[in-house]
Write a protein that binds this ligand. Structure first.
Ligand code: FES
Length: 618
């Protein structure tokens, strides 16, 4: 099979692409991040690229559906469908890049008394002599146990390998790091003991470097999860791994490599060595958890969607290939179910749900949305497939929350004002912008209660038999294509918001409550932190509570991971939360379809202007 040279811009990378290989697969091989929400099945349209020079294969039926004749004429294609027919130069527009998303790492600042799993002990050993020939490791354990009344019996093999030369270099004085009766590290006295907390998301990873003795966060950083080039949703990745076990190894390795990069960067920011990290805690959804641990994932996608294990796990970092002090452990808090991972438990931990006033809903909105209803000591949890619309997927000009994304929008019938990320020229619409657009189009009377576009507005037009609203015209974009909201986009957003609202309502119903009895709604995660709550209430995504009943808590899962890192009591609390949680499967609820139709049909769930005012005024 012939190979062609492809040059990807603006990254400026060149590579060979076989004529039977898609541009997306070629980009993946070269490590270039092109957005691919559906994993390359031609269903999400997030992998749009533009050919500048050279020839590509004929457009597939999927491309003919996704792109207008004008767009195809201008060179727009789907990278997962198009294959080279000659040497090509390809532009990846900002909205199709998967590497530049704004990543939310900040969460609640919660402090707890430090009580880490690792304890540091200062030792001054007696040097051996001809009359005292006790082995070095035995000498260390004996002194440690006698001096501090411990019962340590184990020393990590990596510590044993370096103990004899090190202890002599340090003149028989050292610091031992002990975890659950095992010496896991040896260092000069005194040394800092650091920990790493990670929130491993489907799209992003947030890392926190923490001083274990004070609980203070020394450095934070967010990076993209490199697995997104293998499919942006969990199911696409599970399908890949199910088809080939080698893909599982590849997915695990790429996330471990990225974790190591993240750790090195955090340590460099704090000016410390990676070897100072003596413990890590990783939280994530069940699929991310299983993929990192190399656990089987096929059953996660098949009814009844069971996890391989729900137990809290402690795994040696070196077994996973994660760079820390070689004897260190990575703690994985327990996961809740196949669809609700340890990240949701961490969120509940961080938001101090015990102190929630009244009946409270905790929400983490993503392609899979986790919802918990907390009433005193009772926790009921569910999850719903809300789809990628709020992450920009399945939306014609949707994109991730990256530079140039329209993130806020206000409009009247005659005027449109929008705000983009970094105040850059608009390139597409991210989730919060799409939510605002839906709310504002309705408030301006441009779409009706059922979500249908009304045809009496000058910006409404029909392109390729698709009704659309012109949001930004090509003159404003210096000749680049218009940005529109299509009728299909509104339908996608309706489906997403209906899934979430159905989840909330059925969870309330299953516990014998109504939404009028709700006292508070706590919203975590990137999307939840940036949305305009009044738009979310306005479109019926969230119940109509006064605005002061909503709390947007940022990356609470990251905060929960930090708490579990610093405090054994908090680690135990996370286990208790999971043990006490009752999971409700929505799909088996006989009312699911009925409720979905009601919440999806916007009529009942749109608010009229006066109701909206009431909410805004509390
Ligand atoms: S349409 Fe190409 S990756 Fe989804």
């Amino acid at each position: 099979m012939k190979s062609r040279t492809i040059e990807f811009q603006p990254v400026g990378q060149k590579g060979q692409c076989r004529e039977d290989e898609s541009l997306l697969d070629c980009a993946r091989r070269l490590g270039i991040g092109i957005s691919s929400v559906c994993g390359g099945w031609g269903a999400c349209y997030t992998c749009r690229v533009k050919v500048i020079t050279g020839a590509l294969s004929e457009p597939t039926p999927g491309e003919l559906e996704a792109l207008s004749a004008q767009e195809l004429g201008e060179g727009w294609r789907l990278a997962c469908q198009a294959k080279p027919a000659g040497d090509c130069q390809i532009i990846i527009p900002a909205e199709s890049m998967s590497t530049s998303q704004r990543i939310y790492v900040e969460g609640l600042e919660v402090s707890v008394p430090p009580e880490p799993a690792i304890k540091a002990y200062h030792l001054q050993l007696t040097a051996p002599s001809l009359s005292d020939q006790q082995a070095d490791a035995d000498r260390l354990l004996k002194t440690l146990n006698e001096q501090y009344q411990l019962h340590c019996r184990k020393i990590d093999i990596s510590v044993l390998r370096s103990l004899s030369p090190q202890i002599r270099d340090w003149n028989w004085e050292c610091q031992t790091s002990v975890r659950d009766g095992e010496v896991i590290a040896l260092s000069p006295w005194p040394s800092r003991q650091l920990g790493l907390a990670v929130d491993l998301g489907t799209t992003t990873m947030a890392g926190y470097l923490v001083d274990l003795s004070s609980g203070q966060t020394l450095a934070t950083e967010g990076v993209m999860n490199p697995q997104i080039s293998y499919g942006e949703d969990i199911i696409s990745r599970i399908n890949r791994v199910t088809k080939s076990p080698r893909e599982g190894i590849r997915l695990q390795k790429c996330v471990v490599d990225k974790l190591n990069e993240l750790t090195a960067s955090l340590c460099s920011k704090a000016d410390v060595s990676v070897d100072s990290i003596v413990e890590a805690v990783v939280v994530g959804n069940t699929a991310m958890h299983h993929l990192l641990l190399g656990l089987p994932v096929k059953q996660l996608a098949l009814t009844p969607f069971t996890a391989a294990t729900g137990l809290a796990l402690d795994v040696k970092a070196c077994e996973l290939g994660i760079n820390m002090t070689p004897g260190a452990y990575v703690h994985f808090p327990p996961i809740m179910t196949g669809f609700v991972g340890s990240d949701h438990a961490a969120m509940l931990l961080a938001t101090n749900m015990h102190q929630a006033e009244g009946l409270t809903v905790f929400l983490d909105i993503g392609t899979n949305t986790e919802i918990s209803l907390v009433n005193g000591d009772e926790i009921t949890t569910t999850s719903c497939a809300s789809g990628p619309a709020f992450e920009g997927g399945h939306i014609k000009h949707g994109m991730r929350a990256a530079i140039g994304a329209i993130e806020r929008l206000r409009m009247t019938r005659d005027d449109i004002n929008y705000q983009t990320i970094d105040e850059s020229p608009p390139v597409g619409i991210c989730g919060s912008g799409a939510l605002d657009a839906m709310a504002q189009l309705h408030l301006a009377g441009i779409i009706d209660n059922s979500g249908r576009f009304l045809s009496d507005h000058p910006r409404i037009r029909t392109t390729n038999n698709q009704v659309e609203f012109l949001l930004v015209n090509r003159e404003e974009r210096e000749g680049q294509s218009d940005i529109v909201v299509t009728q299909k986009d509104v339908r996608e957003l309706q489906l997403a918001k209906a899934a979430i609202r159905t989840g909330i309502n059925l969870l309330l119903e299953a516990n014998g409550f109504t939404e009028e009895q709700l006292g508070q709604i706590v919203i975590a995660g990137s999307f939840g932190s940036y949305i305009d709550v009044s738009s979310a209430v306005g479109v019926g995504l969230l119940p109509p509570l006064p605005l002061n009943c909503f709390r947007q808590v940022g990356n609470a899962a990251g905060t929960g991971a930090k708490l579990a890192l610093v405090s054994l009591s908090k680690r135990k609390e996370a286990r208790d939360i999971v043990a006490r949680t009752h999971y409700v499967e929505l799909a088996s609820n006989p009312d699911f379809k009925k409720m979905f139709l009601v919440t999806g049909h916007v009529g009942k769930y749109w608010l009229r202007h006066n109701e909206r005012k009431m909410i805004e005024n509390g």
